[in-house]
Write a protein that binds this ligand. Sequence first.
Ligand code: NDP
Length: 487
Amino acid sequence: MREYLHFIDGRTVAPGGGAFMVRENPATRTAVASWPAGTAEDVDAAVAAAAAAFADGRWSGLPASRRSEVLRAVSDYLKNNVDALARIESEETGKTFAQASEEIPWAGDIWDYAAGQARAIHGDLHSNLGDDKLALVLKEPAGPVALITPWNYPLVVLSQKLPFALAAGCTVVVKPSEMTSGTTLEIARILKEAGLPDGVFNVVTGTGDPVGQRLAEHPDIRVVSFTGSTATGKKIAAAAAGNMKKVIVELGGKNPFIVFDDANLDAAVDNAIKGFVYNSGAECCSGSRVYVQEGVLQAFTAALCAKLGTVKVGDPFAAETTMGAIISDAHFAKVTGFIEQARSEGRILFGGNSLSGLPGYFIEPTVVADLPASSSVIRDEIFGPVVALLPFKTTADAIAAANATEYGLASSVWTSNLDTATEVGRAVRSGIVWVNTFLDVASEIPIGGIRQSGYGRENGRYAIEEFTVLKTMVIQNSKSVGRYLPL
Ligand code: NDP
């Protein structure tokens, strides 16, 4: 059992209230780790450390090349210590060890990319405002920032925020999910070993309220970056309004996956499965609404169900397992509730059962058809291994159906016709559109939502912009100063 403390001002710190939370592996229901149940006072101590570290410029004042070295050292550590970190991720989330082992180097690549970006930050110079004048546009770090992260990809989501905030010169307080705080606390140790000055990175563990809530409303935090549910995102945006802090919110989705008659059917079927089986469906970009054109509906459905027969659900550490556990008993109840609703409103084509005989929370991949358009199975984010199969006739029908949602995170279009791909790609309302590919991300590519899926972008060069503020400086030659022309 791993026992952790908060990480504040470069040191491990016991919680003010003295209380701890114990995390059980959702695949085995045995205790694997403990960390503090933080208080508002713990948050205040961490913010005070981050504010002091920001004020004296111990990090922001360094050359970008030095900041880059620290970020690259973390990247190297992640790439060289995959097994130990993947074990922590798998034990706390219930995801397969094999998948967790892919996520650690994935996170490492983002740190490497951000290390390069740190050195590319620069402003603008305007030299065309008259011979006696120059204007500079400076990009400055936004200040102490708060990061609030979820349980589905603990290290990857942290890595879509933290290295960019550090690259910009910000100081940071993180509240990880109360269920999966281990790797965030490991990152604190790794950063210290890499030479990060004390106070620049702080972690306070505990529940959304009070820890996350206090961070979101804290007057000394200038930016809050959050990934999680739309409901919590709205609370955070409201709390952040108190001191007009900037908010970045990466929220849920109900993402359309659209298969046309002329698609490469094998590839479409494989990716449709990935879209709701990967990470047990706990994926904000999951393709949870699969629209199939009528001409291939039968063939697609048959191939989908046949291939799903090869998905092996169970022990996350067994080499043959392709899908692990559901994160918690509460989430298990939520997902099985949706399946029961689907059973009463529509028809289950595959799966539909939870797995008995195993100690943890396991659900079969489940395909549902014949649902009424009003069903919440089609409208709400389930965040589990459940997909709704829906037929369509024309391109216009597919676009209308895809856009019949308040969310706008991701879409996927499968066709061999460039006209169809561009027409649908341009018309669907989402932050990212994949054509003949799915869940295809790279550190260089920005990701984020529109509408109820949130705002702000992670990854790519845009991610650093989120943690910088612009300052405009106008410099007048003092020999010509003082001339004033009344308008
Ligand atoms: P939440 O949105 O509740 O949690 C995300 C993070 O926010 C956690 O660290 C959580 O803390 C924290 N939090 C909770 N309440 C507050 C608050 N009032 N102020 C500040 N921070 C807060 O998501 P859940 O983990 O409960 O998952 C629920 C649903 O959210 C899922 O079923 C899914 O639909 C969606 N979700 C979407 C994700 C995405 O990637 N877009 C990721 C995770 C969830 P704590 O851990 O203590 O709850």
